[in-house]
Design a protein around this ligand. Structure first.
Ligand code: ZN
Length: 297
């Protein structure tokens, strides 16, 4: 009897264990349909204010399925930037998605008046439509850079589509300015370590993201653009705005004047990168305390 009870208990235990182990082997699979992630690109959330150093946030289904290269010492050089470590009060203003027939010339006037150099990440088809504005950007010392031909998420393109977006825009910029771009900003900041590496190795393009994002495409409010930028900019910042929005361009005189008054100096993104120093060389607080007691936990 005792033996039988023991047998029943043992069998029950084995059954429970089997169920548990079966449950572990076959977890519920949650499949996110790609459509859910490939919603209207204009509503795609760009990376948060503090993007990761490689900005490789999975933003799309395709992106998530791309095997990630391991960033670090195995990758020679640096392929992407959110900001730069610089000595001094240097920052880079960047304007995306243009040129715009009305707004960009106004913005160029504002920059010229203040002796400010900026970087324009232009859309290739707009360059084709307004080559004179792009020529003026370059003639006035601004950097003109690639922002794709028609603003798709690069992570969703096949190899041929990707190549066309990059090469046709490089060609349009070179035709308008006489100079090939060396920087690329992927639309929506949608990129990956693999794409960054390909852009660098195949096209000589560094990937430029940002560290200050007033979300000017979302909040069409000049005061917000002004206050966000002036409150969040620090030395080495790369500031993201769009010269296709009237509210952004209207915010620029006050924003630029405020940054100048704080002592900031404007560089193009390539100039900012050229000023980069290793992080440990940026002035450090002198270490005055030593911890002799191990921290709790
Ligand atoms: Zn854009």
């Amino acid at each position: 009897m005792k033996c039988l009870s023991f047998g029943v208990v043992f069998v029950s235990l084995v059954l429970v264990a089997c169920q548990a182990s079966h449950a572990q082997r076959v977890p519920p699979v949650v499949v996110v349909p790609p459509d859910e992630l490939s919603r209207d690109p204009s509503l795609t959330q760009p990376p948060a204010f503090q993007p990761s150093p490689t900005a490789s946030q999975p933003q799309t289904a395709d992106f998530a399925s791309v095997p990630q290269a391991t960033p670090g010492p195995t990758l020679p050089g640096r392929f992407s930037y959110n900001s730069c470590n610089v000595e001094g009060m240097y920052i880079a203003m960047t304007f995306d998605d243009g040129p715009n027939a009305q707004l960009t010339p106004k913005l160029l006037d504002m920059l010229k008046e203040r002796g400010i150099k900026a970087t324009f990440f232009v859309v290739g088809k707009n360059v084709e439509e307004y080559p004179d504005i792009v020529r003026r950007m370059a003639a006035e010392g601004h950097e003109v850079a690639n922002h794709s031909w028609s603003h798709p998420a690069l992570t969703k393109l096949g190899a041929e589509g990707f190549r066309k977006q990059i090469e046709s825009t490089n060609d349009a910029i070179a035709k308008a300015t006489g100079k090939r771009p060396v920087l690329m900003r992927p639309p929506y900041g949608a990129t990956s370590a693999i794409l960054n590496r390909r852009l660098s190795e195949q096209y000589g393009l560094k990937v430029i993201l940002w560290s200050v994002d007033p979300l000017d495409w979302k909040y069409r409010n000049s005061n917000r653009v002004y206050s966000y930028i002036t409150q969040n900019t620090q030395p080495g910042s790369i500031i993201l705005t769009h010269d296709i929005h009237a509210t952004t361009v209207a915010a620029m005189p006050a924003t630029l004047d405020s940054l100048l008054a704080k002592g900031y100096k404007f560089a193009t993104v390539s100039e900012l990168i050229a000023m980069e120093v290793p992080p440990q060389l940026v002035k450090k607080e002198p270490s005055t305390t030593t911890t002799s007691v191990p921290p709790p936990q």
